[in-house]
Design a protein around this ligand. Structure first.
Ligand code: KQY
Length: 369
């Protein structure tokens, strides 16, 4: 195994780049569990293929698949996608993969967070999660990158950085008693600063309504460039999302970033509220160890859950009346990138979206350290 460092990225001069900085590539996992993905995961696999294909037009994509699914994944994914055998408990690479940090000399290392399936036995989404817990180390091994073992229980979807010292997250997730109950806010901030080399943490309150991750910020709000954020929004005051987005807007409008800049906030209107259908629930395998799905449950649909690739944006589409405006807005906010939409309801049914199933490896040449 490549070296695991006892120090921290901050002490060693490494930082997490923003997602909009250049990438070496992108990692994904292949979906297969029948209690997350309906109909034996076939519809989800089709959506993951669409995402992998879209991203691989911009940067190299690697997908991890289990021993039992490797041949199927290899034959189903485009040739441009490298498929390696990695076992996992599900397919959320954003959350189980490493957070890769860089120094100023082209060196890459990865942060391996502690993972407890979004809350462990206190509201977590499935049990066990031991295979997920080893995914980050395996990715770093294949990438020939050294590893930091971070002391925090958290997931890659629970924060975004601007690459210039600012991190955004939510209290609902990072201060949840089911993640790091022995740490207070200051101690969690200190760990974020040490492992991501940020200087300022902006705390939003809650994530998207009914988001089962305990409010991951990657479904609510992201940086589009330093000093500018994009926030999911609704004009419907009767929708529970209204107060959540309104409150986030108030915080973002009064905050400054690590460099003292006020934040410019762009709003992106959410798709119309959507729920799980009875037929979709019936397609799931019965399970006593995963979160049950019920017909009529609201889905945490958001256009913010997109992936920023080299020269591209791969964004979720929902066959919704707001799809067009969302695409146009992203094209305006990212004028140097091509915006590609992928119909992603099958990913949403599993509880996340395109950002949640992807993890970027930032640019760097010198990995064996
Ligand atoms: O939001 C994410 N980053 C992951 C969603 C996980 C949902 C598990 N059912």
């Amino acid at each position: 195994m490549f070296r695991t460092f006892d120090s921290t990225p901050q002490a060693d001069g490494f930082r997490m780049p923003a997602e909009f900085e250049p990438h070496m590539g992108c990692w994904m996992l292949w979906p297969e569990r029948g209690d997350t993905w309906r109909l034996g995961a076939k519809p989800a696999q089709a959506a993951f293929i669409d995402v992998a294909e879209a991203i691989s037009a911009f940067e190299p994509v690697t997908a991890g698949a289990s021993h039992g699914q490797w041949e199927n994944a290899r034959s189903a994914l485009p040739e441009s996608v490298r498929v390696v055998e990695i076992s996992s408990d599900d397919a959320w690479m954003r959350d189980v993969g490493p957070t890769v940090v860089v120094d100023g000399r082209g060196n890459l290392r990865g942060v391996d967070w502690r993972f407890n399936a979004w809350g462990g036995l206190d509201g977590g989404l499935y049990f066990p999660w031991d295979r997920d817990s080893r995914v980050a180390a395996k990715v770093l091994e294949i990438e020939r990158a050294g590893r930091y073992r971070a002391p925090l229980v958290m997931e890659g979807g629970s924060f975004h950085v601007d690459g210039q010292g600012t991190l955004i997250t939510t209290r609902e997730c990072l201060l949840n008693r089911n993640r790091n109950p022995h740490l207070d806010r200051e101690q969690i901030e200190a760990s974020l600063m040490a492992y991501l080399n940020v200087q300022k943490v902006v705390w939003l309150d809650k994530g998207v309504y009914m988001d089962e991750t305990d409010g991951h910020v990657d479904n609510l709000c992201c940086f589009v460039k330093p000093g500018e954020v994009l926030l999911t929004w609704t004009e419907d005051r009767g929708d529970p999302q209204y107060d959540i987005s309104r409150q986030a807007l108030e915080i973002l409008s009064t905050e400054t970033d690590a460099r003292g800049r006020p934040l410019v906030v762009h709003k992106i209107h959410q798709p119309d509220p959507m729920v799980v259908s009875a037929a979709e629930c019936q397609g799931l395998d019965a399970s006593e160890t995963a979160k049950p799905r019920r017909a009529g449950d609201r889905l945490a649909a958001s256009y913010v859950n997109f992936y920023i690739a080299n020269g591209g944006i791969v964004m979720p589409l929902f066959d919704d009346a707001h799809d067009r405006a969302a695409m146009d807005l992203l094209a305006r906010l990212f004028p140097d990138r091509k915006v590609v939409g992928v119909r992603s309801r099958e990913i949403l049914l599993g509880g996340g979206n395109i950002h949640c199933i992807t993890q970027q490896i930032p640019m760097g040449e010198r990995r064996v350290r």
